[in-house]
Structures are given as structure tokens and as C-alpha cells.
Design a protein around this ligand. Structure first.
Ligand code: ITT
Length: 197
């Protein structure tokens, strides 16, 4: 077991996201101690979540002494909503919410949706910004289902677990298949390869 002698900050105001990331990190042999920091980031309305993530990271870069990462995620209903709400996910969840998103869909069996996540890491030892991306494909549930998770989880059914919404999974089960879990696996692999020995 390595000594957890370096702090890695995850800058997020979303405690659910932090808990998912913490649960993932706890299973890995890393010499980083993960800490949540809530600093107001600037979230621009950009055309891709990668650009939102880069802007978010740069908006706080001077405020943190050490390695840190932020994450930007979005929910995209590809059929029949051509990717809506996508980069507008936070706004749409706050304004109309899941129930009224469901009202925009007629055929749930034919629906297609995905989540995307981009982690942007500022890695101090190399003075570099790195990106780690993850996507998960699935469809939209005709009803709100499940008490776990957050955000759009109660209306998303992943292809890999076709009888459950994300909100019906435990954190560990969601991490195994989710956009965030896939991006986190890439982040952890990078950190393991670049750990000081
Ligand atoms: P930050 O402080 O980390 O920015 P946030 O909640 O603003 O937290 P995002 O901008 O990345 O996070 O997320 C956009 C929206 O998508 C937001 O409303 C989230 O609730 C939702 N969302 C993100 N990841 C999700 C997930 O894994 N499951 C369900 N909804 C998710």
C-alpha cells in the first residue's frame, strides 16, 4: 500500500459526483488523497462539453496550489431530440426537469440517449492539462424510476443493464458502466503510470 502523501483536488459543487469519484478512488492503489473543493467555476455555454471543461479549469487555475481536476458532464437524447439537452443539461434540469423531458418523447423503445463526461486534469508535476473522456449509450425510460443517483439518472437505461435505470444501481454498479466511471478509469491509469516511486 502506498502512502497517500499528495492531495488531489476535485473541484465540484456536486456532492453526488464527488461521492462517485471517491468510491472509485477508494478501490485503487494511488498515493493521492482525494479532496473535494467547492470553488465557483465559470461555466460557459459552449458547443462541446470539452470546451466547457477547459474553460472551467482555466477559470480557477490560479486559485489552487497543486494538482486538481474538474469534470463536465451532459445528457444527450439522440433519438428523438437530436442531442437535447446536451450542453444545456444543468439549465434544462433546473427549468423543466425529468418529468417534462419525458413528455417530449413518444416512442421510448426506439429512443437513444447517452451521457458524456470530460475530466480535465491540471497535473502539477508536468505543468500540463490532460483530458479523460467517457461515454455511455442507452435509452430513455418511459417512467421516472429509482431513488439512487442524481440528475437524469432516473430516466436513463444503459444498454449494458437493460432492465434498470442508473437511479436503480448502486454507486459501484453505476461506476462500472457510466460515462464518469469510464473517464475515471483513464484518469486513474494515468495517475498510476505517473506516480512518483
Ligand atoms: P459541477 O460543480 O461539477 O460543475 P454540476 O452539477 O454543475 O457540477 P455538470 O455541469 O457536469 O455538473 O452537469 C450537468 C448536468 O448534468 C447537471 O444538471 C447534473 O445534475 C447532470 N448530470 C451530470 N452527471 C450526471 C450523472 O452521472 N447522472 C445524471 N445526471 C448527471
Amino acid at each position: 500500500m502506498k502512502n497517500k502523501n499528495e492531495i488531489l483536488y476535485f473541484i465540484t459543487g456536486n456532492n453526488n459526483k464527488f461521492n462517485e469519484v471517491l468510491s472509485f478512488f477508494e478501490k485503487e492503489n494511488l498515493n493521492y488523497f482525494l479532496k473535494q473543493k467547492k470553488i465557483k467555476t465559470i461555466e460557459i455555454q459552449a458547443d462541446s462539453i470539452k470546451n466547457v471543461a477547459l474553460f472551467k479549469l482555466n477559470s480557477i487555475r490560479e486559485k489552487i496550489n497543486g494538482s486538481f481536476f474538474i469534470e463536465d458532464a451532459g445528457f444527450f437524447v439522440d433519438i428523438p431530440l437530436n442531442g437535447f439537452p446536451g450542453v444545456y443539461s444543468s439549465y434544462v434540469l433546473r427549468t423543466i426537469g425529468n418529468e417534462r423531458i419525458l413528455k417530449l418523447i413518444n416512442d421510448f423503445v426506439q429512443s437513444r440517449a447517452h451521457f458524456s463526461a470530460v475530466i480535465a486534469l491540471y497535473f502539477k508535476p508536468k505543468d500540463k492539462i490532460l483530458y479523460f473522456e467517457g461515454n455511455v449509450e442507452g435509452r430513455v425510460s418511459s417512467k421516472i424510476r429509482g431513488k439512487g443517483g442524481f440528475g437524469f439518472d432516473p430516466i436513463f437505461i444503459p444498454d449494458s443493464i437493460p432492465d434498470k435505470t442508473f437511479a436503480e444501481l448502486s454507486i459501484e454498479e453505476k461506476n462500472r458502466v457510466s460515462h464518469r466511471g469510464i473517464a475515471l478509469k483513464k484518469l486513474v491509469d494515468f495517475l498510476q503510470q505517473n506516480m512518483k516511486t
